[in-house]
Design a protein around this ligand. Sequence first.
Ligand SMILES: *Cc1c(COP(=O)(O)O)cnc(C)c1O
Length: 454
Amino acid sequence: MAIIIEPFRIKSVEPLTFTTRPQREQILKEAKNNLFLIKAEHVLIDLLTDSGTSAMSAKQWAGIMVGDESYAGSQSFYRFQEVAKKITGYKNIIPTHQGRAAEKIIFSILGGKGKTFVSNTFFDTTRGNIEYSGAEALDFLTEEGKIPQHIAPFKGNMDTVALEAFIKNRGAENIPMCVMTITNNSGGGQPVSMQNLRETAAICRKYGIRFFIDACRFAENAYFIKKREKGFENKSVLAISQEIFSLADGCTMSAKKDALVNIGGFLAINDDALALESKNLLIITEGFPTYGGLAGRDLEAMAQGLEEVLDEEYLKYRLRSIEYMGEKLSAAGVPMILPTGGHAIYLDAKAFLPQIPASEMPGVALANALYLEGGIRGVEIGSLMFGKYDENGDHIAPPMELVRLAIPRRVYTQSHIDYVCEIIIEVFRKREQYSGYKITYESPLLRHFTAHLE
Ligand SMILES: *Cc1c(COP(=O)(O)O)cnc(C)c1O
């Protein structure tokens, strides 16, 4: 069935702003052709990120009203702790204001010069926090995960052979932690199989290395396991999630993803000594351990969101929306990373606009075309974000030129998705008309956020 039934009806609406093509031309020009510099109110469909952009449910908003704002021992904390313990099974639940705050705490304790952290793929803030501590962060993604058009069910898996060989060579005593990112954010949310989680956990146990889950999209990953891995067809997403967490010693979580809130996160740890040290750091960086950088109302919304994300009708709608978009675009010949993952579509700008060389940023050209054509905002992940210069000032391109369209949770309906597909297909039909960009201003760090282009 192609039709997607959104498993909710709409109680509160937010108007979209429609602009005309000449208005968008003017807006983009004023924003120096950088989509990060336009006002959100000038965007019709905003697919910049799925982080913190979820629509909260009526029950979550109700939770906002009953949040207990006590400094210590807030009821909302105990409710949140109960839900987080039910799902993860970890002994110590430490709230933080978002995922990177949990990362900052754990990697400040375990990191430092001479240490190596290993993962299927570290998310950029995770890598950033590890490297900031002086340690190094290495990825061991399965080979099939590196081939954009290769169809496989679990392209987020760890290359366990390479991982074990590395551990033997580097020495387990130099590796404080192995992190499995589920789903693998880089690549649009490619899932990790239970078998791969079990194998990785076994390797970590064998060498005495702590094993943690970067759990931002745990429910989406669990639902992929249910759909794609033998033996899980009849298990609930809650049971699958519990099994995933039981294989590890703790997790970091950005609640801005699968806890369906606009702000929040947590760190969960079995080891009491490590948890105590983390809470001590939490007190000086985030706040008292029963609120950790959040208001009581945020904890309430997070507790409710963690329950709701396990609803399989919701997950079915969520993953189907992205798959549907992938099918529609593929049928029209639009080049993208396949199979589609759990939270985003990645258009292959290099194949889409072959006339534009990497030095002229085909990803920017494509992202800007989608805005001009239909008011859609995606994000370039290519030469603007990751390009470098050699000693002669010539452009060094990253391996891929992509445009990511991330889908916020419970925000858009099938007709919005259909509209986005129509615009992409229209741009694809006219693809020969587009030309590249050059940078006229750039900052020394993270230039994509503030660059000016023409
Ligand atoms: C978003 C994200 C983080 C960081 O979380 P924030 O809440 O943005 O600080 C860490 N890991 C992954 C996989 C993420 O997607």
